[in-house]
Every structure is written in C-alpha cells, then in structure tokens.
Design a protein around this ligand. Structure first.
Ligand code: NDP
Length: 253
C-alpha cells in the first residue's frame, strides 16, 4: 500500500496550519489530522482552537494549539520553534490565514490595504522563510492558499488581488529555490468558498455584494479545498503538484 492509498497516509508527519480556527484552515487541519498527521493549529481565537483540538484528541489525533497573531514577527519564530520542539520535525506548512477586505480603491481604508499585505503576504513569506530549514531537513511541503483573485484581477479587489498575485509569484520563485532539495510547493487558488471570510469586509456595498453572490451561486465548502490540499500532500515524492485552481461549477471568473 503506498502513502496515497493508506488510510493514514500522513502518519508520522507534522503539519503547521495557519488560520486553523475556521473555514478552509479548520477543514484542512482536520483533514490532515484524520490522515494521521500531528497538527500545529495557529489562529487568534483560543476557543475555536480548543474545540478543534478537543475533537481530534477524542479520536486519538494530536493537535497543538498555538494562539497567535501571525502579523507579529516574533510570533512567527515562536510557532515554528514550538512545533519543532513538541514533535521534533516539520513536514507540511499550510499558509492559509488571510483576509479579503474588498473595496474600490478610491474608498479603501489605508489600514485595510496595509493589513491585507501584512497578513496575506508578509506573514506568509516570513513564516515560509523561518520554516524552510526544517522543511529542507524533512524534504517537506509548502502549501500556500492563494485565490482565483491571484489569477484574475477584478474591480473592487485591487488590494486583495495584489496580495494573492503576490502569493502565486512567491510560491513559484520559492519552488525554483527548493525543488532540488526535494521540497515541494503547491499553490491552491480557490473560487468562492462558504466561510467567514466576508464577515470582515468594511465596505458595506462590497459586503452586500458578496452576500448576494453567495445566494446567486452554489459556493464550495471548506472541505472541498481541504481535499485539494490532502491530494497535493499525499502524492508520491516524485510528484510535485504546483498549482490547483478550483472554482465552484457555477462561477464564471
Ligand atoms: P475565514 O475567515 O473562515 O478564515 C480565516 C482564518 O485566518 C481564521 O482561522 C482566522 O482566525 C485566521 N486569521 C485571521 N487573521 C489572523 C492573524 N492575524 N493571525 C493568525 N490567524 C489569523 O476565511 P477562509 O477560510 O475563507 O480563508 C482562508 C484563506 O482562504 C484566506 O487566505 C483566503 O484569502 C483564502 N480564500 C478564501 C476564499 C473564500 O471564498 N472563502 C476563496 C479564495 C481564497 P482568527 O480570527 O481566530 O485569528
């Protein structure tokens, strides 16, 4: 039985997932834990992480709760150190934490633009940098959650698309730096997924527009994206899944 067909293909592996308290990150942390990985779950909401850990501890899985704001640079070092000191290694890094503060640029708040860059891009780059020595050692895997907005730039999403195009570019450049060390890099680009992502939009018209979109089409579920992550990280070592663009069937662009 190879790794991809075993029921616990990630047994013995250690994963670190940011934004694991809701949506895609929570579903991904769950999928990796069910597949046998020990999971370090990173987010700011302690109660949500406790609930996630509780579920997996009951089922015999191991979840390390790391209540952290990843936009704090010192915390980036701390979460990698804690994960490696707890479990001795790091095999899979899932950079998922993000916000989508949609707004036409003329109405955009400066703090929203800065926050998207700091969380979606700067924190992701820095965490990848700090995790890299451990991933080189384990011949590990970096999974970056970008977006369709990292491939298609639409009005109202200039700041968000800039960060997600950045994630796609960063992922490919890093892949070229690490492939010869057998480190794999996957960028996942989801379309509409039904999560809490839109709750933080500060522009009322953009927020209402997203809610309307959610009723006009059948969005994907977080589990659909977690399945794509699991697919990528359970391929044989010779296979490097570089990019998965995944839209709801009903989504045009
Ligand atoms: P959610 O809002 O449900 O999840 C976002 C996660 O990020 C939460 O767990 C949140 O936890 C965490 N987070 C936010 N800020 C911080 C911070 N400063 N430090 C640590 N963690 C933080 O949305 P999604 O699951 O939809 O989003 C996950 C990723 O998927 C994002 O990168 C998003 O851009 C991307 N994506 C989503 C799509 C969608 O349609 N939903 C489509 C394409 C991409 P907490 O608040 O507890 O810190």
């Amino acid at each position: 039985m190879n790794a991809a067909t075993s029921s616990r293909p990630l047994a013995g592996k250690v994963a670190l997932v940011t934004g694991a308290s809701s949506g895609i990150g929570e579903a991904t942390a769950a999928a990796l834990a069910v597949a046998g990985a020990n999971v370090a779950a990173v987010a700011r909401r302690r109660d949500r992480l406790e609930a996630l850990a509780g579920k997996f501890e009951e089922a015999g899985g191991a979840v390390l709760q790391l209540v952290v704001d990843v936009t704090e640079p010192a915390e980036i070092d701390r979460i990698v150190e804690k994960t490696v000191s707890e479990w001795g290694r790091l095999d899979i890094l899932v950079n998922n934490a993000g916000v989508m503060l949609l707004s036409p640029l003329a109405e955009a708040r400066r703090e929203d633009l800065r926050h998207m860059v700091e969380l979606n891009l700067t924190a992701l780059m820095d965490l990848t940098r700090v995790a890299l020595p451990h991933l080189r050692k384990s011949q590990g895997h970096i999974v970056n959650i970008a977006s369709v907005a990292g491939r298609v730039a639409n009005a109202g999403a200039s700041g968000y698309a800039a960060t997600k195009f950045g994630v796609v570019a960063f992922s490919e450049a890093v892949r070229r730096e690490v492939y010869s060390d057998k480190v794999r890099v996957t960028v996942i680009e989801p379309g509409l997924v039904l999560t809490e992502l839109g709750d933080h939009i500060t522009n009322p018209a953009m927020k209402a527009g997203l809610e309307q979109r959610k009723t006009a089409m059948e969005g994907m579920l977080s589990e659909d994206i977690a399945a794509a992550v699991l697919y990528a990280v359970t391929q044989p070592p010779r296979v490097s899944v570089n990019e998965i663009l995944i839209r709801p069937t009903d989504q045009e662009r």
